[in-house]
Design a protein around this ligand. Structure first.
Ligand code: DI6
Ligand code: FE
Length: 401
């Protein structure tokens, strides 16, 4: 089955081209779910002259949007904690008093598979309605072998429910569960000796993540988890330097990590180490906004050193109950002063890079999956500048119309 999407304005995000890699009056030739050719309308290869033609009437096409950092699968919500923060409590105070992540752990442990899937589908559908074609989903609210595995099984199951690509990350190193409060090394051993080998054997985790923070796991503990992940051949990534600078960015770079995420407190050395290692900076303005942070991630240092920057929702019930990549881009621009081209690249090409999937998706280039979003807009800046308006015309996943 051959399809030609024609009369489009393309933001290809081809890294060999400047800015958005824009092509006015372009066409995309698709066969068996893959992009075979991208170019000017007048130069369509003869092999596609008889293909089914879809006239996009000058609409803009971007790669399908990618959310490279979410906690979509979880039980319960934390609206009450939100109210407590409005009354003056801080996120760290709530966490130290046994709320925060641990309250979502309780709700997640008691949810069964269908409840986890049904809850996640509501959030997934909202993200997909804005043109998302790939999503990363973490565990990290189970913190027992069985419950962490259940979260990742629910994440994998979403691929059977919707036309979407799911990447999974084991985030068992998210918090120390109450039963190990007095035996932190014991919990680290549970992760490294039981959880990771089982997830590897069952193909449940595409990567291994951690939350490196005073209120979560400490750098030497993260290092042990990373060593075990690398020994199993699993790539690593980290929630790094969000509330304090514990050197998480440099630690992730040392392990050749896919990404270090948050980074509000990262110093220039960390930014440079990430650039050298090819570790993507995943910026999460939703959490910054919800926690009313004032310290900005070092965007200028990332630019100076050539650190790749992605943007993601960090959808989670505590610090970022955000289900919009369009709003995330707007926050990237308004709160973090990122340029329009950086914001759009951040939820397409750079997000694919952060997932280690840039050879499969994230740009409009031959050989990749035909994952794209078609927009009713006059210029690309429109998908960044509006607040709460969705100009999506159509979402295409693996060439499906
Ligand atoms: N992502 C996380 O995993 C932590 N913070 C963040 O931005 C904790 C989220 C939570 O409070 O549940
Ligand atoms: Fe997160």
């Amino acid at each position: 089955m051959k399809t030609l999407w024609t009369n489009a304005r393309l933001a290809t995000l081809d890294p060999a081209l400047p800015g958005l890699g824009a092509l006015e009056s372009g066409a995309i030739a698709v066969e068996e779910g893959r992009i075979r050719w991208v170019g000017p309308v007048g130069e369509v290869p003869a092999a596609f002259s008889g293909a089914e033609r879809i006239d996009l009437e000058g609409r803009w096409v971007t790669p399908g949007l990618i959310d490279c950092h979410t906690h979509l699968v979880h039980g319960g919500d934390r609206a009450r904690e939100f109210e407590m923060r409005l009354e003056g409590a801080t996120y760290e105070e709530i966490a130290r008093a046994g709320g925060g992540i641990l309250s979502t752990v309780t709700a997640t442990r008691t949810a069964n598979h269908d409840q986890l899937v049904t809850g996640a589908l509501k959030r997934l559908d909202t993200l997909m309605a804005e043109g998302m074609t790939s999503v990363e989903i973490k565990s990290g609210y189970g913190l027992t072998v069985e419950s962490e595995i259940a979260m990742l099984r629910a994440a994998r199951a979403l691929e059977g429910e919707r036309q979407i690509s799911v990447s999974t990350s084991c985030l068992a190193a998210h918090a120390i569960p109450p039963e190990f409060a007095h035996d932190r090394p014991g919990y680290i051993r549970l992760i490294t000796e039981e959880m990771l080998p089982r997830m590897k054997a069952e193909g449940l985790a595409d990567a291994v993540d951690g939350f490196c923070e005073g209120i979560a796991l400490h750098p030497h503990e993260i290092e042990q988890v990373f060593k075990a992940a690398k020994a199993l051949g699993l790539p690593v990534k980290l929630h790094a330097d969000q509330l304090s600078d514990l050197g998480g960015a440099a630690l992730t770079a040392r392990f050749g990590g896919l990404s270090a995420d948050h980074l509000e407190c990262t110093n220039e050395e960390g930014a440079a180490a990430m650039a050298r290692a090819g570790t993507v900076a995943v910026l999460l303005p939703g959490a910054y906004y919800m926690l009313r942070e004032t310290r900005l991630p070092p965007i200028e240092a990332f630019r100076k050193h050539g650190t790749h920057m992605a943007l993601a929702t960090d959808n989670n019930p505590g610090t970022s109950p955000l289900t919009s990549l369009l709003l995330t881009m707007n926050m990237g621009a308004t709160l973090f002063r990122m340029r329009v081209s950086e914001c759009i690249a951040g939820v397409t090409r750079e997000a694919a890079r952060a997932l280690g999937r840039l050879n499969e998706t994230g740009t409009l280039e031959p050989g990749k999956w035909a994952d794209f979003a078609i927009w009713d807009i006059e210029r690309p800046a429109e998908i960044v500048y509006r607040l709460g308006f969705n100009p999506l015309f159509k979402r295409v996943w693996h060439g499906n119309k």
